[in-house]
Design a protein around this ligand. Structure first.
Ligand code: E4P
Length: 223
């Protein structure tokens, strides 16, 4: 499973890419707003220059004509952009039109298998089931990821599943077990995935044992 960062924060994106594990980014209007009153185009271009893979950039229009026009503009900003379009009827119409022109669409705000079936049928490159938001209303968000992955693989369809609205590292684990192609995760969850108290205790104990006998110089000769 590949990992994308779900943020528009440049420092967090740089760190994720430096770690060598973040290959894409997903943004949305709420995440961009968290960065203050920014120049949307300039910010997206900067993110695209940092990240090796797709950067999902959301349209703001609510009707298909406006979505298509915005998408055609957004994809001129960089080569690694996927246009994020909501799973509405208007969004579906826009996705069908854009996919015919080979513009990669990430169909977002997906809350049902029916929406995912239609997204795949319309030619979306990605579909993003929102796990945490379904959990928030008492549904089983990860069940939806499992169902979409099963559906797409049963019919051998090329649409990739981005497990989205990830709230904690256990969600990541479940998304990987479900066979999601990608999980898009907040920066805090990326850090959480890597933490284990026994690793910290182990590192400290190795250093103490070594230093007791060898001194604290490390393995390189001191100058
Ligand atoms: C995905 O692409 C969305 O940006 C995101 O995962 C939404 O998550 P939230 O429910 O934490 O806002």
């Amino acid at each position: 499973m590949r990992l994308f960062l779900d943020t528009a924060n440049l420092a967090h994106i740089r760190h994720g890419v430096e770690l060598g594990v973040v290959t894409g980014v997903t943004t949305n209007p709420s995440l961009v707003s968290k960065e203050g009153k920014v120049d949307y185009k300039a910010l997206v271009k900067e993110i695209c220059a940092i990240v090796p893979g797709p950067v999902s950039t959301e349209v703001l229009s609510l009707e298909s004509g406006g979505m298509v026009a915005e998408a055609r503009e957004i994809v001129t900003w960089a080569e690694n952009i996927a246009v994020k379009i909501p799973a509405t009827a208007e969004g579906l119409k826009a996705t069908s039109a854009l996919s015919r022109d080979r513009i990669p669409v990430n169909m977002t705000l997906c809350f049902s298998l029916n929406q995912a079936i239609l997204a795949a049928e319309a030619g979306a490159a990605y579909v993003s089931p929102f796990v945490g938001r379904l959990d928030d209303i008492g549904e089983d968000g990860m069940r939806l990821v499992v169902d979409i992955v099963d559906y797409l693989s049963y019919y051998n369809l090329p649409t990739q599943v981005i497990a989205a609205s990830i709230r904690h590292s256990a969600h990541c684990l479940s998304a990987a077990k479900a066979g999601a192609h990608i999980a898009t995760i907040p920066y805090g969850v990326l850090l959480q995935m890597f933490e284990h108290p026994l690793t910290d205790i182990g590192v400290r104990r190795f250093a103490e044992d070594w230093n007791k006998v060898m001194g604290s110089g490390g393995i390189l000769p001191t100058q």
